[in-house]
Design a protein around this ligand. Sequence first.
Ligand code: RRO
Length: 291
Amino acid sequence: MPDLCGIPLAHPVLNASGTYDAIAARRVFGDALLEDFPFAAFVSKTITPEPRAGNAPRRIWETPAGMINSIGLPNKGLEGFLVEDLPQLAELPVPLVVSVMATGREEFVRLVEAVGAREEVAAIELNVSCPNVHSGLIVGEQPSETVALLQALRPLTAKPLIVKLTPNVADPAAVAIAAEEGGADAVSLINTLKASAFDPASGEPALAAGHGGLSGPAVRPIALQQLRAVTAAVSVPAIGMGGICDGADAAEFLAAGASLVAVGTESFRDPGAGSRIAAELETARPGTLRV
Ligand code: RRO
């Protein structure tokens, strides 16, 4: 049986943070969502200490075999999340992972202390890789910052800490090694790749923020190579993601060293993608890949 840092899971498919709004889905599908929830664990949209409105529109732009987003981390902030969202997410029939992001170490401490104290939360994902917010401290781009952050956070909670790695560095394995050294229980990769597009009608940047992060099938081979490099370098488990659309794709990520996989962009096209991919994976083990 697959597990998330020792937490048993029904299958190996999770959602990528920020790509599936379980609270909105529950409003639409009602309790039927709980009976057939698509993911084996649910990862929340990233939260920050204070509320954020996110970036101005346009925030999403379709590209060949993918999309660029520049959502900019809209969220209710820590207090809003704990009061309004956590009770609803706790009703999901799967373990809950809360994704957190802050611009400095003290703010990360505040988030991990508060979220880690809640029994509804199974694990915490540290998002040190959002391409769409300007932070003075780009922790996930520097191994020394990553190890220092983990060393500050590790003593604060016994819950598993998962570090979401950025693909926007020359050597993601060096950051993964730093995360492991600091006491991370797992890594997850990849977040989106820094990308731009221009509106052919106007010649202006397609996204109001000017740039964003690329996801979808276009990034899959890059994700597989980074996963391969990272899993060769660390012994903590890796959650692999980047353009997974079907069971054969998921099998490739397992072959590249992932212990679990996550589905992101494909859930916008098919909200049931998680359970479909889990079922397809049963017949698409490595060595039986489609040709
Ligand atoms: O909200 C976003 O714009 C965003 C985040 Br936090 C992230 O981690 N990755 C991404 O592509 N978009």
